[in-house]
Design a binder for this molecule. Structure first.
Ligand code: KMH
Ligand code: ZN
Length: 270
């Protein structure tokens, strides 16, 4: 099976003062995604920002970004319904009405860096049901072992179907630390037909991504997860970070999935 690389070009937290190459406008995001697609990304995980770089679920901004990306390349679009810590769930969930191929589903509330990431059980269930109605593939973001159990509960309640797709998120303050031990513990507990990728935030990004690839996982790359291409050196583009992840896969003699292979692996209908 080939490795699906997801580019996460923006995220909800960093600003251009952290890295001037961070794309924040719909035009910059579409440019970054097109470059990442050329470098091997098959999926784009998208957060939007307003004109002050604040995270937003504004439908017009989101629609513009989606249209610009679709004009540039055939990459699969995964909208973040996490959006940002300050945006109410009721605004976040409306992003799925734009009918992306995929969208994130965060199963549990948690401390997130210095803030609170609110995902109340009833809201999560409403969003999961809507995504199921619309045929949007959920990207299940699990930051701890209990989050996996909650996803399995959602599946047992009939709110998730098909082969589940997990993002194992490590290195967020409030979630599990980015260690090999935590990664293997979670991977061992996944359903046998699950698809998974590593999201390794911060300084252990490269090491944990390498381990995940060797264990059979997919990879995420981009400035949402790390602003640096190596210690002390800021990344100059998302494309550069995707090339780095593709290079890791190639060094491990793994094939990088194109969009059609990614569709097959993720169980998306054409
Ligand atoms: N918005 C962050 C708090 C997602 O994309 O769904 C978490 C996040 C998850 O980025
Ligand atoms: Zn995100």
């Amino acid at each position: 099976m080939s490795v699906v690389i997801t580019v996460a070009p923006t995220g909800p937290i960093a600003t251009k003062s952290d890295n001037p190459a961070l794309p924040t406008s719909p035009e910059e995001i579409a440019d970054a995604v097109a470059g990442a697609y050329e470098a091997g990304a098959a999926v784009a995980h998208i957060h939007l920002r307003d004109e002050n770089q604040r995270p937003t679920a504004d439908q017009q901004i989101a629609r513009r970004a989606v249209e610009l990306i679709r004009d540039r390349c055939p990459i699969l679009i995964q909208l973040s319904t996490g959006v940002g810590l300050t945006v109410p769930f009721e605004e976040r969930e409306r992003l799925v009405e734009l009918r992306p191929e995929m969208a994130t589903l965060n199963p549990c509330s948690m401390t997130f860096a210095g803030g609170e990431f609110r995902n109340p059980p009833a809201d999560v269930r409403r969003l999961a049901a809507r995504m199921k109605d619309l045929g949007i593939k959920p990207e299940l973001e699990i930051y701890d072992t209990g989050h996996l159990d909650e996803c399995l509960r959602l599946r047992d309640e009939g709110l998730l179907g098909g082969n589940l797709q997990f993002s194992i998120v490590m290195g967020v303050r409030g979630g599990m630390a980015a260690t090999p031990d935590n990664l293997t513990t979670i991977v061992r507990r996944l359903p046998t037909d699950a698809i998974w990728q590593i999201i390794a935030i911060g300084r252990n990004n490269l090491q944990l991504t390498s381990i995940a690839l060797a264990l059979g996982g997919n990879a995420r790359a981009g400035m949402e997860d790390t602003l640096h291409v190596r210690r002390g050196e800021l990344a100059t583009s998302n494309e550069q970070l995707v090339r780095r992840a593709a290079g890791l896969a190639t060094a491990l003699e793994l094939t990088v999935a194109d969009v059609s292979a990614a569709r097959d692996q993720l169980g998306l209908t054409a």
